[in-house]
Write a protein that binds this ligand. Structure first.
Ligand code: UDX
Ligand code: ADP
Length: 466
């Protein structure tokens, strides 16, 4: 079977970039990305490429090249489902906010809704692929919904049938395009060899076959969850050690380097910081805790819960430390916030440590000036739950358009995201702009500590013992 037409349900951070890269490498395949969010689709179709809904280095170039040729964005779900030989489900899978498993289990309502749409509109044999990170056994739910519909349709359309595959996406935001172009592995879970081969053939356009791993459905689903849990665990581990370094006079960067040079450990994911953010880690580990408890594996659940606990502990630790260093109070003090996205090179703020930290600082009475190269005012307003900050007499935070303006009259500056732009700042200029004595808090170890010290500013850096 040769796939000629792909539909992807969900035009988000995973669906958008993934389909763009498939379209780029498979000019013989028509790729249709559909979404219920009309505004998001309009932005994908905008001729002003700075208005694309997602910022990813390298994405704009691919959209310019492929959009309108073999890559299309629309809200016409029924037709695009009908046309497709293969459908990716790439919708959001948030943590449940109420009911059984609230705060831990994954809410599958969008996946279920997508499956029902496929069941309703597909009119031939169709391969359905889970792209979103999902709890183990979700494929079973999708299968049941699809099969129920084929049973109903049996009289009219005997040829309608489905094969369900799991093909989790391992891209990281900020490096999505290069991750997709050059993946460590492609994981495909399923039980139908013909369908697996059809999907392998798509990736074969640009990924070498020895990077393709095929497994059963459940192993594939679980592997994605565990890969994320292991990555997050490394971050919590190094963050605990950052506190120990500060207490003992050691330096976290040296420790991470020395430890990471052991090839059994490896050098990646050993940067200590304000804790992990992003749409995946917290959600996936919460889900792992939920599943483990479900199977009465309480020790397993407690072990992974600690990875989450350390993450919030690190953020609380930073807030207390900032207040202590600023003579015990930040009430009515101006604080510059540098970086709001959950990591560099993305405009995504989901679960960003900046949200929690900014809210706590505001609660303590500080007035914030927030700058991020890619996050806009509307997104910050939404995240800080204060839509009319500029009109409010009691201003709690301001949006800063320019990096140096952010420091004007500030008593402190807190670096929360590791944007390149922050690595080469003019510290003499900053020193003049700030109210003295001024404090610099570098939660990402990115500023040039020597230059900051030469400007006579007080600096604290994560994991840097003095
Ligand atoms: C993650 C996984 O890396 C990816 O494989 C999966 O598909 C989705 O979840 P993402 O959340 O986009 O990707 O970014 P990632 O680079 O993993 O960073 C997650 C968080 O951890 C960020 O807040 C980042 O700043 C933080 N982090 C990462 C650290 O604090 N230290 C590190 O050493 C690495
Ligand atoms: P991710 O990071 O997993 O890509 P996003 O939230 O960025 O998550 O994107 C998921 C997209 O899926 C959103 O644009 C949302 O509107 C879309 N979506 C959710 N449910 C449906 C549905 N039933 N049909 C079509 N699109 C959907």
């Amino acid at each position: 079977m040769k796939v000629k037409n792909i539909c992807c349900i969900g035009a988000g951070y995973v669906g958008g970039p993934t389909m763009a890269v498939i379209a780029k490498h498979c000019p013989d395949i028509q790729v249709n990305v559909v979404d219920i969010n009309k505004e998001r689709i309009e932005r994908w179709n905008d001729n002003d490429f700075t208005n694309l809904p997602i910022y990813e280095p390298g994405l704009e170039e691919i959209i310019k090249k492929c959009r309108g040729k073999n890559l299309h964005f629309s809200t016409e779900m029924p037709q695009k489902i009908k046309d497709a030989d293969l459908i990716f489900i790439s919708v959001n899978t948030p943590t449940k906010t109420k009911g059984v498993g609230a705060g831990q289990a994954i809410d599958l309502k969008y996946v279920e809704e997508s499956s029902r749409q496929i069941a309703k509109h597909a009119n031939k044999f169709t391969i359905v692929v889970e792209k979103s990170t999902l709890p183990v056994k979700t494929a079973q739910t999708i299968k049941e919904i699809l099969n129920a519909s084929t049973n109903n349709k049996q009289d009219q359309k005997k040829e309608v049938s489905f094969s369900v595959l799991s093909n989790p996406e391992f891209l990281a935001e900020g490096s999505a395009i290069s991750d997709l172009e050059n993946p460590d592995r492609i994981l495909i879970g399923g039980d139908d060899d013909k369908s697996i081969k059809a999907l392998v053939d798509i990736y074969a356009h640009w990924v070498s076959k020895n990077k393709v791993l095929t497994t059963d459905l459940w192993s594939s689903e679980l592997s994605k969850l565990i890969a994320n849990a292991f990555l997050a665990q490394r971050i919590s581990s190094i963050n605990t050690i950052s506190a120990l370094c500060e207490a003992t006079g050691a330096h976290i960067k040296d420790v991470a380097l020395a430890v990471g040079m052991d090839k059994r450990i490896g050098k990646y994911f050993l940067n200590s910081g304000p804790g992990f953010g992003g749409s995946c880690f917290k959600k996936d580990i919460s889900n792992l805790v939920y599943i483990s408890n479900h199977y009465n594996l309480f020790e397993v659940a407690n072990y992974w819960q600690k990875v989450l606990d350390i993450n919030t502990w690190q953020q609380r630790r930073f807030i207390n430390l900032i207040i202590n260093k600023m003579f015990g109070t930040i009430s009515s003090k101006k604080i510059a916030i540098l970086g709001f996205s959950f990591k560099a090179n993305t405009n995504d703020t989901r679960e960003s440590p900046a949200i929690y930290i900014c809210k706590k600082l505001i609660e303590e009475g500080a007035i914030l000036n927030i700058y991020d190269p890619k996050v806009n005012f509307q997104q910050m307003s939404k995240d800080l739950e204060n839509n009319d900050s500029e009109m409010n007499n009691d201003i709690k935070w301001r949006y800063s358009e320019e990096v140096y303006d952010t420091f004007i009259n500030a008593d402190a500056a807190i670096f929360l995201t590791e944007w390149d732009e922050f690595q080469n700042l003019n510290w003499q200029k900053i020193k003049k702009a700030m109210r003295q004595p001024a404090f610099i808090f570098d939660t990402r170890s990115i500023v040039n500590i020597k230059e900051v010290k030469e400007s006579n500013l007080k600096i604290w850096q994560v994991g840097y013992g003095y």
